[in-house]
Each structure stands twice: as structure tokens, then as C-alpha cells.
Design a protein. Sequence first.
Length: 207
Amino acid sequence: MRKKRKKKHVPAAVALGIDGLEQPFPSSPSRPPKFSIYCRYPHNAPMGEARRFVWTFSAAYAARHFIDRIIGEDKFKWKRRNIIQTARGVEIRVLDEDDGLETVMEYEMTRAEEAWQIPEPRCRELETFLRPLGDEARTEPHAARTTAPRASRDGLVSMAQICARVGIEPRDGRAALRRARIDKPDAGWAWAADEAVKIEKLLSKSR
């Protein structure tokens, strides 16, 4: 009796829009969310008094656009690996066990992805969430916030580049650095060439 051959798993094709970009938002069941971003403003408001919003995305570039718009020209800091807090008091987080926030913040967009615009009504929802505190009565639309330029990584070697050479996933590389108590640089997981050599050696030993 002949054994049945196992069917090979064929990865699902990435859904592209008419602009040639990966579809930015989920659509169940064919396009489940890859990133779920939870926002609270202000982060220190008493229970039930903060504005809260959850946005889901199926493409990293779309999630990056939203986070860049939320941060705007503010300074921000990493409270934990899954939480960012902006100077104006907005908290951006993912679930504790999720590394999606780091994945999004480290994502390098193509020129076409950088040119993408947040569509309505999501853009209006985002501006409503970000309106100044105490401005609840206003109904006229706010001017769009400018997106702050990301910290320059010119001349730096990224985690993705190092992990590609070592042959591991970036999330595993980040986990290894945390176990080794290596702090995240100000520009994110990226280093000057001489430091990158040390990081690569450390990750090679952790395999």
C-alpha cells in the first residue's frame, strides 16, 4: 500500500494593494493582524479617565507611520521593551510577550512606503486621540502633525544586518543581548562598526 505524500506547506502570498504595497490593515479571516498597538493618553491618568485606543496592522510600514505620527516631534523613552512613553504623556505598548514594538521601530521603510498616507477615517481618529487634553469640546479638525525624523542610523550597523551574518532571527538576537545585560543604544539596536563586531561575536557564541 502506497503511503500518501504529505502536502508541502506553501506560505500564503502577501496581499498587495493597487499601489503595489502590502495591504496595511487586517481583514479577517484572510489577512489577520500582525501588530496590535495599544495607546493610552495620558499614561498616568486615574483608572477610566485616560483616552485609550487600539490599532491593528498587517504591515509594519503602516504601524510605523502611526507610531511616528503619535510621537511627532516629542522626545520619547523606552519604559520596557514593549512600552514607549512620549514627553507629552502618551503611552504606546504591545502585549508583554510580544516584540512587535521593537520590530516596528526598527523597520526600514522603502521610498514607496514612506510616501504612504494614513487614510480616512483612521487619520481623523488618530488626530482626535492626540488632541490637547482639556480640548474635548472642540469639533473642528486639527492640522495634521508633522512626523518627526527618525534618529539617524547613518554609518551604524543594524541588528538585522548582524543577525543575518550570524544566521539568527533579530528577535533571538535581542533576547540574547538582554540576557547578557546589554543596554539598547539611543538610536535603537544599531551600533558603530567597531561595536558591531563585538555584538556579532557575542551573538555567535549564543547560538
